[in-house]
Design a protein around this ligand. Structure first.
Ligand code: TXA
Ligand code: MG
Length: 453
Protein backbone atom coordinates (compact mmCIF):
# COMPACT_ATOMS: atom_id res chain seq x y z
CA UNK A 1 0.00 0.00 0.00
CA UNK A 2 2.80 2.39 -0.91
CA UNK A 3 4.20 5.00 1.38
CA UNK A 4 1.22 5.09 3.71
CA UNK A 5 1.92 1.64 4.94
CA UNK A 6 5.08 2.98 6.44
CA UNK A 7 3.35 5.17 8.98
CA UNK A 8 5.00 4.83 12.32
CA UNK A 9 2.34 2.87 14.20
CA UNK A 10 3.13 4.85 17.30
CA UNK A 11 1.91 7.98 15.64
CA UNK A 12 -1.68 6.81 15.68
CA UNK A 13 -1.69 6.42 19.44
CA UNK A 14 1.49 7.94 20.72
CA UNK A 15 2.05 7.59 24.42
CA UNK A 16 4.54 10.39 24.73
CA UNK A 17 2.71 13.00 22.69
CA UNK A 18 1.56 15.86 24.87
CA UNK A 19 -0.22 18.08 22.43
CA UNK A 20 -2.80 17.27 19.77
CA UNK A 21 -1.58 19.90 17.32
CA UNK A 22 1.97 18.65 17.53
CA UNK A 23 0.74 15.15 17.12
CA UNK A 24 -1.25 16.03 14.00
CA UNK A 25 1.74 17.92 12.58
CA UNK A 26 3.89 14.85 12.93
CA UNK A 27 1.40 12.66 11.13
CA UNK A 28 1.08 15.34 8.48
CA UNK A 29 4.81 15.34 7.86
CA UNK A 30 4.92 11.59 7.65
CA UNK A 31 1.80 10.96 5.64
CA UNK A 32 1.13 13.79 3.34
CA UNK A 33 4.32 15.10 1.84
CA UNK A 34 3.21 14.27 -1.67
CA UNK A 35 -0.30 15.54 -1.31
CA UNK A 36 0.18 18.77 0.57
CA UNK A 37 0.28 21.21 -2.27
CA UNK A 38 -2.87 19.96 -3.97
CA UNK A 39 -5.37 21.70 -1.77
CA UNK A 40 -6.75 25.17 -1.71
CA UNK A 41 -6.35 26.10 -5.36
CA UNK A 42 -9.96 26.58 -6.24
CA UNK A 43 -11.24 28.82 -3.47
CA UNK A 44 -10.58 32.06 -5.30
CA UNK A 45 -12.48 30.79 -8.32
CA UNK A 46 -15.77 30.83 -6.47
CA UNK A 47 -16.03 34.12 -4.60
CA UNK A 48 -19.83 33.89 -4.50
CA UNK A 49 -19.58 31.15 -1.86
CA UNK A 50 -18.06 33.68 0.52
CA UNK A 51 -20.06 36.76 -0.40
CA UNK A 52 -21.38 38.87 2.49
CA UNK A 53 -24.88 38.79 1.03
CA UNK A 54 -25.00 35.06 0.87
CA UNK A 55 -23.71 34.74 4.40
CA UNK A 56 -26.29 37.23 5.65
CA UNK A 57 -29.09 35.37 3.88
CA UNK A 58 -27.94 32.13 5.46
CA UNK A 59 -27.78 33.70 8.91
CA UNK A 60 -31.26 35.17 8.52
CA UNK A 61 -32.71 31.90 7.24
CA UNK A 62 -31.39 30.02 10.26
CA UNK A 63 -31.50 32.80 12.83
CA UNK A 64 -33.18 30.65 15.50
CA UNK A 65 -30.61 27.91 15.16
CA UNK A 66 -27.35 29.79 14.86
CA UNK A 67 -25.14 30.72 17.77
CA UNK A 68 -21.90 32.50 16.95
CA UNK A 69 -18.94 33.47 19.06
CA UNK A 70 -18.27 37.10 18.10
CA UNK A 71 -14.57 36.60 18.80
CA UNK A 72 -14.27 34.22 15.88
CA UNK A 73 -14.05 35.08 12.20
CA UNK A 74 -16.23 33.42 9.62
CA UNK A 75 -14.26 31.46 7.04
CA UNK A 76 -16.68 28.92 5.67
CA UNK A 77 -18.44 29.02 2.32
CA UNK A 78 -22.13 28.38 1.63
CA UNK A 79 -22.99 26.27 -1.43
CA UNK A 80 -26.47 26.43 -2.96
CA UNK A 81 -28.19 23.39 -4.40
CA UNK A 82 -27.67 24.48 -8.01
CA UNK A 83 -23.93 24.59 -7.39
CA UNK A 84 -23.23 20.90 -6.80
CA UNK A 85 -20.74 20.95 -9.67
CA UNK A 86 -18.71 23.46 -7.64
CA UNK A 87 -18.93 21.27 -4.57
CA UNK A 88 -17.69 18.31 -6.63
CA UNK A 89 -14.79 20.36 -7.96
CA UNK A 90 -13.84 21.51 -4.48
CA UNK A 91 -13.82 17.92 -3.25
CA UNK A 92 -11.58 16.86 -6.10
CA UNK A 93 -9.22 19.67 -5.15
CA UNK A 94 -8.89 18.42 -1.58
CA UNK A 95 -11.29 20.84 0.13
CA UNK A 96 -13.73 19.91 2.88
CA UNK A 97 -17.37 19.97 1.81
CA UNK A 98 -20.22 19.29 4.22
CA UNK A 99 -23.11 17.58 2.44
CA UNK A 100 -26.48 16.15 3.43
CA UNK A 101 -27.20 12.44 3.60
CA UNK A 102 -30.42 10.73 4.69
CA UNK A 103 -28.88 10.20 8.15
CA UNK A 104 -26.89 13.29 9.16
CA UNK A 105 -24.66 15.80 7.37
CA UNK A 106 -21.21 14.48 6.52
CA UNK A 107 -17.94 16.39 6.47
CA UNK A 108 -16.63 15.15 3.14
CA UNK A 109 -13.14 14.95 1.67
CA UNK A 110 -11.51 13.16 -1.23
CA UNK A 111 -10.78 9.70 0.18
CA UNK A 112 -7.79 9.37 -2.13
CA UNK A 113 -6.09 12.49 -0.78
CA UNK A 114 -4.28 11.93 2.53
CA UNK A 115 -3.99 15.64 3.33
CA UNK A 116 -7.69 16.20 2.73
CA UNK A 117 -8.49 13.28 5.04
CA UNK A 118 -6.17 14.61 7.69
CA UNK A 119 -7.91 17.97 7.41
CA UNK A 120 -11.14 16.25 8.46
CA UNK A 121 -9.49 15.03 11.67
CA UNK A 122 -8.02 18.48 12.28
CA UNK A 123 -11.25 20.33 11.66
CA UNK A 124 -13.25 18.01 13.93
CA UNK A 125 -10.48 17.69 16.54
CA UNK A 126 -11.04 14.00 16.23
CA UNK A 127 -8.47 11.41 17.33
CA UNK A 128 -6.84 9.51 14.51
CA UNK A 129 -7.79 6.24 16.18
CA UNK A 130 -11.41 6.75 15.04
CA UNK A 131 -11.86 5.48 11.45
CA UNK A 132 -13.86 7.21 8.71
CA UNK A 133 -16.70 5.96 6.54
CA UNK A 134 -16.15 6.11 2.79
CA UNK A 135 -19.16 7.05 0.65
CA UNK A 136 -19.55 5.79 -2.90
CA UNK A 137 -22.38 5.70 -5.45
CA UNK A 138 -21.64 2.46 -7.25
CA UNK A 139 -21.78 -0.92 -5.54
CA UNK A 140 -19.41 -2.28 -8.16
CA UNK A 141 -16.71 0.10 -7.10
CA UNK A 142 -16.30 -0.15 -3.33
CA UNK A 143 -12.49 0.11 -3.08
CA UNK A 144 -12.54 -2.95 -0.84
CA UNK A 145 -12.46 -6.72 -0.99
CA UNK A 146 -15.86 -7.85 -2.12
CA UNK A 147 -16.94 -11.19 -0.69
CA UNK A 148 -19.95 -12.73 -2.54
CA UNK A 149 -22.44 -11.75 0.14
CA UNK A 150 -21.76 -8.03 -0.33
CA UNK A 151 -23.98 -7.89 -3.41
CA UNK A 152 -26.85 -9.34 -1.38
CA UNK A 153 -26.41 -6.76 1.34
CA UNK A 154 -26.23 -4.04 -1.29
CA UNK A 155 -29.48 -5.31 -2.78
CA UNK A 156 -31.23 -5.20 0.60
CA UNK A 157 -29.85 -2.09 2.21
CA UNK A 158 -28.33 0.29 -0.36
CA UNK A 159 -28.71 3.09 -0.97
CA UNK A 160 -29.39 3.46 2.74
CA UNK A 161 -28.16 3.91 6.32
CA UNK A 162 -26.08 0.75 6.23
CA UNK A 163 -22.30 0.85 6.57
CA UNK A 164 -20.34 -2.35 6.06
CA UNK A 165 -16.74 -2.70 7.24
CA UNK A 166 -14.63 -4.57 4.70
CA UNK A 167 -10.95 -5.11 4.04
CA UNK A 168 -9.72 -2.17 2.02
CA UNK A 169 -7.66 -3.20 -0.96
CA UNK A 170 -7.53 -0.31 -3.39
CA UNK A 171 -6.97 2.91 -1.53
CA UNK A 172 -3.46 4.13 -0.76
CA UNK A 173 -4.92 6.14 2.06
CA UNK A 174 -6.28 3.07 3.86
CA UNK A 175 -3.94 3.45 6.83
CA UNK A 176 -5.36 6.79 7.90
CA UNK A 177 -8.96 6.14 6.76
CA UNK A 178 -9.13 2.88 8.67
CA UNK A 179 -7.21 4.07 11.75
CA UNK A 180 -4.64 1.41 11.09
CA UNK A 181 -7.12 -1.49 10.99
CA UNK A 182 -6.87 -2.13 7.24
CA UNK A 183 -10.67 -2.26 6.98
CA UNK A 184 -12.93 0.58 6.00
CA UNK A 185 -16.62 1.26 6.45
CA UNK A 186 -18.38 1.77 3.10
CA UNK A 187 -21.85 3.04 2.35
CA UNK A 188 -24.06 4.31 -0.46
CA UNK A 189 -26.23 7.05 1.06
CA UNK A 190 -29.89 7.36 0.18
CA UNK A 191 -30.04 11.05 -0.54
CA UNK A 192 -30.38 12.54 -4.01
CA UNK A 193 -27.97 15.38 -3.38
CA UNK A 194 -25.34 13.12 -1.89
CA UNK A 195 -25.64 10.68 -4.79
CA UNK A 196 -25.49 13.45 -7.36
CA UNK A 197 -22.43 14.89 -5.65
CA UNK A 198 -20.71 11.50 -5.54
CA UNK A 199 -21.39 11.01 -9.24
CA UNK A 200 -20.18 14.46 -10.23
CA UNK A 201 -17.02 14.21 -8.14
CA UNK A 202 -16.47 10.62 -9.25
CA UNK A 203 -14.17 9.90 -6.33
CA UNK A 204 -14.77 8.07 -3.05
CA UNK A 205 -15.70 10.55 -0.34
CA UNK A 206 -14.58 10.03 3.25
CA UNK A 207 -17.11 11.62 5.59
CA UNK A 208 -17.67 11.48 9.31
CA UNK A 209 -20.65 13.32 10.75
CA UNK A 210 -20.06 17.07 10.29
CA UNK A 211 -19.79 18.00 13.97
CA UNK A 212 -16.90 18.74 16.29
CA UNK A 213 -15.70 15.59 18.04
CA UNK A 214 -18.14 14.51 20.81
CA UNK A 215 -20.70 17.17 19.86
CA UNK A 216 -24.17 16.27 18.56
CA UNK A 217 -24.29 15.08 14.94
CA UNK A 218 -25.76 17.69 12.57
CA UNK A 219 -29.11 17.24 10.88
CA UNK A 220 -29.23 20.63 9.16
CA UNK A 221 -26.82 23.05 7.49
CA UNK A 222 -27.21 25.44 10.44
CA UNK A 223 -25.83 22.79 12.82
CA UNK A 224 -22.80 22.34 10.60
CA UNK A 225 -22.34 26.09 10.43
CA UNK A 226 -22.40 26.39 14.24
CA UNK A 227 -19.49 23.96 14.53
CA UNK A 228 -17.35 24.98 11.56
CA UNK A 229 -18.04 28.61 10.57
CA UNK A 230 -14.53 29.65 11.63
CA UNK A 231 -12.88 26.93 9.57
CA UNK A 232 -12.23 26.27 5.94
CA UNK A 233 -15.32 24.19 5.31
CA UNK A 234 -17.89 24.52 2.50
CA UNK A 235 -21.46 23.75 3.45
CA UNK A 236 -24.15 22.59 1.04
CA UNK A 237 -27.41 24.02 2.34
CA UNK A 238 -30.08 21.38 1.81
CA UNK A 239 -32.57 21.38 4.67
CA UNK A 240 -33.04 18.68 7.28
CA UNK A 241 -31.89 15.08 7.02
CA UNK A 242 -34.68 12.51 6.68
CA UNK A 243 -33.63 9.97 9.31
CA UNK A 244 -31.96 12.15 11.93
CA UNK A 245 -29.44 9.66 13.32
CA UNK A 246 -26.39 8.02 11.78
CA UNK A 247 -26.08 4.86 9.73
CA UNK A 248 -25.82 1.43 11.33
CA UNK A 249 -22.26 0.11 11.13
CA UNK A 250 -21.76 -3.63 10.75
CA UNK A 251 -18.71 -5.83 10.37
CA UNK A 252 -18.99 -9.39 9.03
CA UNK A 253 -16.75 -11.86 10.87
CA UNK A 254 -17.15 -15.44 9.71
CA UNK A 255 -20.82 -16.26 10.10
CA UNK A 256 -21.42 -13.35 12.42
CA UNK A 257 -22.51 -9.82 11.66
CA UNK A 258 -21.22 -7.57 14.40
CA UNK A 259 -23.12 -4.35 14.89
CA UNK A 260 -20.38 -1.86 15.75
CA UNK A 261 -22.76 1.07 16.00
CA UNK A 262 -26.53 1.21 16.24
CA UNK A 263 -28.12 3.63 13.81
CA UNK A 264 -31.18 4.48 11.81
CA UNK A 265 -31.39 1.05 10.20
CA UNK A 266 -32.85 -0.93 13.10
CA UNK A 267 -31.20 -4.14 14.31
CA UNK A 268 -34.53 -5.97 13.98
CA UNK A 269 -35.00 -4.73 10.44
CA UNK A 270 -31.59 -6.14 9.48
CA UNK A 271 -32.43 -9.39 11.23
CA UNK A 272 -35.80 -9.77 9.48
CA UNK A 273 -34.40 -8.99 6.07
CA UNK A 274 -31.42 -11.32 6.28
CA UNK A 275 -33.61 -14.11 7.63
CA UNK A 276 -35.68 -13.85 4.48
CA UNK A 277 -32.62 -14.08 2.26
CA UNK A 278 -31.44 -17.60 1.31
CA UNK A 279 -27.86 -16.45 0.90
CA UNK A 280 -27.64 -14.33 4.05
CA UNK A 281 -29.70 -16.21 6.61
CA UNK A 282 -26.67 -18.10 7.93
CA UNK A 283 -25.43 -14.84 9.48
CA UNK A 284 -26.05 -14.41 13.20
CA UNK A 285 -26.33 -10.85 14.45
CA UNK A 286 -24.09 -9.86 17.35
CA UNK A 287 -24.50 -6.68 19.28
CA UNK A 288 -22.77 -5.75 22.49
CA UNK A 289 -23.14 -2.46 24.26
CA UNK A 290 -19.66 -1.06 24.25
CA UNK A 291 -19.19 2.22 25.98
CA UNK A 292 -15.63 3.41 26.06
CA UNK A 293 -15.04 5.91 28.79
CA UNK A 294 -13.21 9.08 28.06
CA UNK A 295 -12.34 11.52 30.80
CA UNK A 296 -15.54 12.84 32.33
CA UNK A 297 -16.18 16.33 33.74
CA UNK A 298 -13.88 17.54 31.03
CA UNK A 299 -14.42 20.98 29.61
CA UNK A 300 -11.43 21.28 27.40
CA UNK A 301 -11.69 19.19 24.29
CA UNK A 302 -8.01 19.40 23.53
CA UNK A 303 -7.29 17.90 26.92
CA UNK A 304 -9.67 15.08 26.06
CA UNK A 305 -7.82 14.46 22.86
CA UNK A 306 -4.53 14.24 24.70
CA UNK A 307 -6.08 11.68 26.97
CA UNK A 308 -7.34 9.72 24.02
CA UNK A 309 -3.82 9.40 22.76
CA UNK A 310 -3.14 7.36 25.88
CA UNK A 311 -5.73 4.75 25.00
CA UNK A 312 -4.06 1.48 24.41
CA UNK A 313 -3.96 0.93 20.66
CA UNK A 314 -5.59 -2.48 20.83
CA UNK A 315 -8.58 -1.39 22.86
CA UNK A 316 -9.11 1.62 20.66
CA UNK A 317 -9.35 -0.65 17.65
CA UNK A 318 -11.79 -3.21 19.01
CA UNK A 319 -14.70 -0.81 18.90
CA UNK A 320 -13.54 2.39 17.32
CA UNK A 321 -15.85 5.32 17.77
CA UNK A 322 -17.78 3.77 20.65
CA UNK A 323 -16.85 6.50 23.10
CA UNK A 324 -19.40 7.00 25.79
CA UNK A 325 -19.29 10.76 25.55
CA UNK A 326 -20.74 11.17 22.09
CA UNK A 327 -23.54 13.25 20.66
CA UNK A 328 -23.24 15.55 23.68
CA UNK A 329 -24.83 18.95 24.01
CA UNK A 330 -22.73 21.83 25.29
CA UNK A 331 -24.66 21.81 28.55
CA UNK A 332 -25.06 18.98 31.04
CA UNK A 333 -27.60 16.35 30.00
CA UNK A 334 -29.32 13.77 32.17
CA UNK A 335 -31.72 10.94 31.58
CA UNK A 336 -34.68 11.34 33.90
CA UNK A 337 -35.56 8.04 35.48
CA UNK A 338 -38.53 7.12 37.63
CA UNK A 339 -36.87 4.03 39.05
CA UNK A 340 -35.25 4.74 42.40
CA UNK A 341 -32.52 2.11 41.94
CA UNK A 342 -29.07 3.57 42.57
CA UNK A 343 -30.38 7.02 43.43
CA UNK A 344 -27.96 8.26 46.06
CA UNK A 345 -27.61 12.00 46.35
CA UNK A 346 -30.16 14.78 46.15
CA UNK A 347 -29.20 17.50 43.67
CA UNK A 348 -30.50 20.96 43.15
CA UNK A 349 -32.14 21.40 39.77
CA UNK A 350 -33.89 24.64 38.93
CA UNK A 351 -36.65 23.79 36.47
CA UNK A 352 -36.65 27.35 35.16
CA UNK A 353 -33.14 26.69 33.87
CA UNK A 354 -33.92 23.26 32.53
CA UNK A 355 -34.80 22.11 29.03
CA UNK A 356 -37.03 19.07 28.90
CA UNK A 357 -37.04 16.68 25.94
CA UNK A 358 -40.00 14.35 26.27
CA UNK A 359 -41.41 11.34 24.44
CA UNK A 360 -45.19 11.50 24.00
CA UNK A 361 -46.27 13.33 27.15
CA UNK A 362 -44.53 11.08 29.65
CA UNK A 363 -42.43 13.76 31.36
CA UNK A 364 -45.16 16.41 31.09
CA UNK A 365 -47.47 14.06 32.99
CA UNK A 366 -44.97 13.45 35.75
CA UNK A 367 -43.12 16.71 36.36
CA UNK A 368 -44.65 19.79 37.93
CA UNK A 369 -43.80 23.46 37.31
CA UNK A 370 -41.44 23.34 34.39
CA UNK A 371 -40.88 26.17 31.92
CA UNK A 372 -43.16 25.63 28.88
CA UNK A 373 -40.81 27.61 26.62
CA UNK A 374 -38.05 25.11 27.35
CA UNK A 375 -40.14 22.02 26.71
CA UNK A 376 -40.42 19.93 23.52
CA UNK A 377 -41.34 16.36 22.78
CA UNK A 378 -39.55 13.98 20.42
CA UNK A 379 -42.92 12.76 19.19
CA UNK A 380 -46.33 13.57 20.51
CA UNK A 381 -47.73 10.38 18.94
CA UNK A 382 -45.18 8.03 20.46
CA UNK A 383 -43.63 7.43 17.07
CA UNK A 384 -40.03 6.19 17.48
CA UNK A 385 -39.14 7.05 13.90
CA UNK A 386 -40.28 10.63 14.37
CA UNK A 387 -38.37 10.72 17.67
CA UNK A 388 -35.24 9.65 15.83
CA UNK A 389 -35.80 12.39 13.25
CA UNK A 390 -36.09 15.00 16.01
CA UNK A 391 -33.53 13.86 18.58
CA UNK A 392 -30.37 15.67 17.46
CA UNK A 393 -32.33 18.65 16.23
CA UNK A 394 -33.89 19.07 19.69
CA UNK A 395 -30.59 18.55 21.49
CA UNK A 396 -29.10 21.32 19.35
CA UNK A 397 -32.15 23.50 20.07
CA UNK A 398 -31.86 22.76 23.78
CA UNK A 399 -28.23 23.77 24.14
CA UNK A 400 -28.86 27.27 22.75
CA UNK A 401 -31.89 28.11 24.90
CA UNK A 402 -31.28 31.19 26.96
CA UNK A 403 -30.42 30.50 30.57
CA UNK A 404 -30.50 26.74 30.06
CA UNK A 405 -28.20 24.96 32.50
CA UNK A 406 -29.20 21.38 31.81
CA UNK A 407 -31.27 19.09 29.64
CA UNK A 408 -33.52 16.36 30.99
CA UNK A 409 -34.17 13.54 28.56
CA UNK A 410 -36.88 10.94 28.55
CA UNK A 411 -35.73 7.52 29.76
CA UNK A 412 -36.72 4.87 27.22
CA UNK A 413 -36.39 2.21 29.91
CA UNK A 414 -39.56 3.51 31.56
CA UNK A 415 -42.66 1.46 30.86
CA UNK A 416 -45.13 3.23 28.62
CA UNK A 417 -48.76 2.26 28.31
CA UNK A 418 -49.14 3.79 24.88
CA UNK A 419 -48.60 1.90 21.68
CA UNK A 420 -45.24 2.90 20.24
CA UNK A 421 -45.10 3.31 16.47
CA UNK A 422 -41.97 2.04 14.71
CA UNK A 423 -40.91 0.27 17.87
CA UNK A 424 -37.90 -1.31 16.15
CA UNK A 425 -36.09 2.03 16.39
CA UNK A 426 -36.25 2.21 20.18
CA UNK A 427 -32.95 0.38 20.72
CA UNK A 428 -31.01 2.92 18.65
CA UNK A 429 -32.81 5.81 20.33
CA UNK A 430 -31.95 4.45 23.76
CA UNK A 431 -28.32 4.16 22.75
CA UNK A 432 -28.09 7.71 21.38
CA UNK A 433 -29.85 9.14 24.41
CA UNK A 434 -27.61 7.22 26.80
CA UNK A 435 -24.55 8.58 25.05
CA UNK A 436 -25.85 12.15 24.84
CA UNK A 437 -26.24 12.10 28.60
CA UNK A 438 -22.86 10.35 28.96
CA UNK A 439 -24.82 7.71 30.88
CA UNK A 440 -25.84 10.14 33.67
CA UNK A 441 -29.24 9.41 35.22
CA UNK A 442 -31.37 11.42 37.61
CA UNK A 443 -34.23 10.07 39.67
CA UNK A 444 -37.26 12.32 40.23
CA UNK A 445 -39.81 12.06 42.98
CA UNK A 446 -42.00 14.62 44.80
CA UNK A 447 -40.34 17.59 43.12
CA UNK A 448 -36.92 16.41 44.16
CA UNK A 449 -34.03 15.18 42.04
CA UNK A 450 -31.46 12.55 42.97
CA UNK A 451 -28.31 11.67 41.11
CA UNK A 452 -28.01 7.95 40.30
CA UNK A 453 -24.81 5.99 40.51
O1 TXA B 1 -24.66 8.13 8.87
C1 TXA B 1 -23.44 8.10 8.94
O2 TXA B 1 -22.81 7.05 9.09
C2 TXA B 1 -22.70 9.43 8.79
C3 TXA B 1 -22.94 9.96 7.39
C4 TXA B 1 -22.21 11.22 7.11
O3 TXA B 1 -22.66 8.97 6.48
N1 TXA B 1 -21.31 9.27 9.08
C5 TXA B 1 -20.86 9.04 10.34
O4 TXA B 1 -19.50 8.92 10.43
O5 TXA B 1 -21.59 8.96 11.28
P1 TXA B 1 -18.71 9.02 11.84
O6 TXA B 1 -17.28 9.03 11.48
O7 TXA B 1 -19.19 10.18 12.59
O8 TXA B 1 -19.00 7.70 12.55
C6 TXA B 1 -18.53 6.52 11.95
C7 TXA B 1 -18.28 5.46 12.97
C8 TXA B 1 -16.91 5.56 13.61
O9 TXA B 1 -16.86 6.36 14.71
C9 TXA B 1 -16.69 4.10 13.94
O10 TXA B 1 -17.39 3.81 15.12
C10 TXA B 1 -17.37 3.35 12.85
O11 TXA B 1 -18.29 4.22 12.29
N2 TXA B 1 -16.42 2.93 11.82
C11 TXA B 1 -16.11 3.56 10.67
N3 TXA B 1 -15.17 2.88 10.02
C12 TXA B 1 -14.87 1.80 10.75
C13 TXA B 1 -13.93 0.73 10.62
N4 TXA B 1 -13.13 0.64 9.59
N5 TXA B 1 -13.87 -0.19 11.60
C14 TXA B 1 -14.70 -0.09 12.65
N6 TXA B 1 -15.59 0.90 12.85
C15 TXA B 1 -15.68 1.84 11.92
MG1 MG C 1 -19.83 11.06 14.29
Amino acid sequence: MGQLNKIDQNLLVNHQMQDFRLYIQKVEQKLCKNYLKQSFREMESYPQLYSKDRLEQFKIKYKDFIQLDVQKEIHCGIINLDELHIAAKLLQQGELVAFPTETVYGLGANAKNAQAILNIFKAKKRPLSDPLIVHVHDKNNLYTDKPDYVDQFAELFWPGPFTIVLKSTQLETTEILSAGTGSIGIRIPNNEIALELLKLANIPIAAPSANLFTHISPTSAAHVFNDFYDQRVHIIDAGRCDNGIESTVIKPLGNELHILRLGSLAKDTILNKINQSESLKHFAIKYENKYMQIEENEEDIEKELQDLQHLDRKSSMEAPGQFLKHYSARINSFILTFKSINAFQEIDINLKETVIIDFGSELRNRIANFDETKYKTLSLNYDAKEAMFNLYDLLRWAEIQQGAQQILLYDFDTEINHQILHHENILSLQDKIFRSASGQKIYYQNNKFYLCQ
